[in-house]
Design a protein around this ligand. Sequence first.
Ligand code: FES
Length: 324
Amino acid sequence: MIRFKSDKEDKPILDYSNLTFIRKLTRKMRDPKTKFDTKEFINRGEDYLFNYTNKNVGSVDEKRRKFLKSLIFGIAAAAVVGVIPGLKVLVPPTVTVTSGFPKSLLVDSSGNPIKASQIPVNSPFIVIFEYPMTGEPNFLINLGDSSGKPVEIPSTIVEVPQTGKTYTFPGGVGPNKSIVAYSAICQHLGCTPPYIHFYPPQYVGPSQLTASEPDQLTAAALLAAKQAKVPALIHCDCHGSTYDPYHGGSVLTGPTVRPLPAVVLEWDSSTDYLYAIGAVGVAAYPNGSNGVPTNNPNEDLSSSFGSPVGDKTTVQETENPFSS
Ligand code: FES
């Protein structure tokens, strides 16, 4: 039996029947005839996994369902992945390098470079750009404190709750080192704006819980913001995942078990222009050419997932989800 240790207890995670079941499942996942579609899994989440398992391995009863859930979303994933390499398809790797990504200038809809000093602080508008592939939205945020002054964002060590691994977020850029960029794809089940968006400080408070629009900020998110001593949040209204934009997009509340991947920005102080030059975090591009997650952006860029944005990417203000 394989066991893992948590803070207080030593629990069994895989008995013999589970081990046999997992071996069968991973064999099917790797078999070209019954290949596991990672893209579908990212899009549809556990429902896809349950249906896949039902069809290819055998019926998924309640016990098995719980086991699969713990395998995907719980601490057990970290322990099991080390033992059964095939399961890596369920746990995307952490990207810690930036080489291989394109260098893209951030431009407005007319093609003019965006000037860092002109980006409003704590803007409630959803401001996104695609990078490094078309169709992959990222937030562009100029972070401030509760009185609207830009806040310098230092480099942070970010932990991935799913695996316990860490990586370094390089911090903010721009004249006040307050500009950050994160993937706008929720790492729980993939919701995108407007369902996931930035809640500036003026919208992070108890009154938001009863506001008519947006009305999904949870008490748990407010509490987490208070405990983390951060005035603003990125919150996914789909199921309540909350991320800390001041600390590398780290997880404040689940159900996500992965931080938001960050786009590495570069600021040219002589022109005030901004460039996207890389990414850090859990791989946002899980479909390598072999269908297995990869941390090689060159491989990702050559896949059929999308096309590279090239040396320029357009910043768009999509909408203000708040009533004023
Ligand atoms: S998709 Fe579920 S919380 Fe975002």
